[in-house]
Design a binder for this molecule. Structure first.
Ligand SMILES: [Mg+2]
Length: 301
């Protein structure tokens, strides 16, 4: 799934990563000082699209579009140092089963935090889904469907909203839609039908609808998200937040800063930094590699 655009911010980020560094470099040294005061990082939660992966969702493509092995080498370096990398992504769990193996990884958090795979065991985050629906449904998506949440939205925006195929197929945590809607109106329509526990989230500019400028949307139970899933995953691992780091580019990714010891934002990211959230000089996979280098160096001190 490629929902981001190769925007000006990505190109600016690529330039920063190539050495035109100002503030991001200062952030890196500040991040190193921050890490020196923490226990060694055991886990790095990493967004995939726009973070670990380069343009086109490619591991082996640098932010400038040329070939690059930096992100792949960073995965090798993290593994050699004993740092577990866990993808945290909006992508489908079904696809992650294969993609994580290709990356030499085992666990993942998929579908915006609704599906968690750890040590071969799959479980769901249900958020505010009512207990009776949860008891009767195999997945959060099935609960949304049995409650009629998708039908409410499609009826509210006829011709302006539809499943984002093929990436909506076989999801377990929710629905991926695309089109052009007012999210506040959509969520009011859900609440009016007694479905306030479900909500529509804007996931940014998308494609796949010829002739229309559309955005992608997730339909999810309220109360789920990357931060909630990461916090629960850390608890299951028996780790403190100070033993974990996260890396991302989006505002949803930035919420992970609240539940880990250190957050790294790649140069193409867009969020307010400060506290335990630091910018790294590289964009996309090069920024992921910068984050791994900082964590490995801190472990080796
Ligand atoms: Mg991203």
């Amino acid at each position: 799934m490629q929902l981001w655009r190769h925007s000006d911010s990505v190109r600016r980020g690529a330039q920063v990563g190539l050495g035109h560094a100002g503030a991001p470099m200062r952030h890196s040294s500040a991040a190193a000082r921050h890490l020196a005061a923490l226990p060694p990082a055991e886990v790095l939660y990493a967004d995939l699209d726009g973070t670990l992966l380069g343009p086109g969702g490619s591991l082996l493509t640098g932010p400038d579009g040329g070939p690059s092995a930096r992100a792949a080498q960073a995965l090798v370096d993290a593994r050699a140092a004993g740092i577990t990398v866990v993808p945290v992504t909006g992508r489908r769990a079904l696809a992650l089963d294969g993609e994580t193996r290709l990356l030499g990884l085992r666990d993942y958090i998929a579908e915006v935090g609704t599906v968690i795979l750890r040590a071969g065991r799959r479980r769901y985050e249900w958020g505010s889904c009512p207990a009776d629906l949860r008891a009767a449904a195999a997945t959060p998506r099935a609960a949304l469907d049995s409650a009629g949440a998708l039908d409410v939205l499609l009826a509210a925006f006829p011709g302006d909203l539809r499943p984002f195929l093929p990436w909506d197929a076989d999801r377990e945590g929710g629905h991926l839609l695309h089109g052009r809607v007012d999210v506040a109106v959509a969520n009011a329509a859900l609440s009016a039908q007694g479905l306030g526990w479900a909500y529509l989230v804007d996931n940014g500019a998308a494609g796949g609808w010829p002739g229309r400028r559309v955005r992608a949307y997730h339909l999810l139970p309220r109360g789920v998200g990357k931060a909630v899933a990461v916090a629960d995953d850390l608890a299951e691992r028996g780790l403190e937040r100070s033993q974990a780091a996260a890396c991302g580019d989006s505002l949803e990714d930035l919420t992970m800063a609240g539940v880990v010891g250190t957050y790294f934002q790649v140069a193409n990211g867009h969020g307010e930094l400060g506290g335990n959230a630091f910018g790294v000089p590289g964009a996309m996979g090069h920024g992921f590699a910068d984050a791994v280098a900082l964590l490995v160096a801190a472990r080796g001190r």
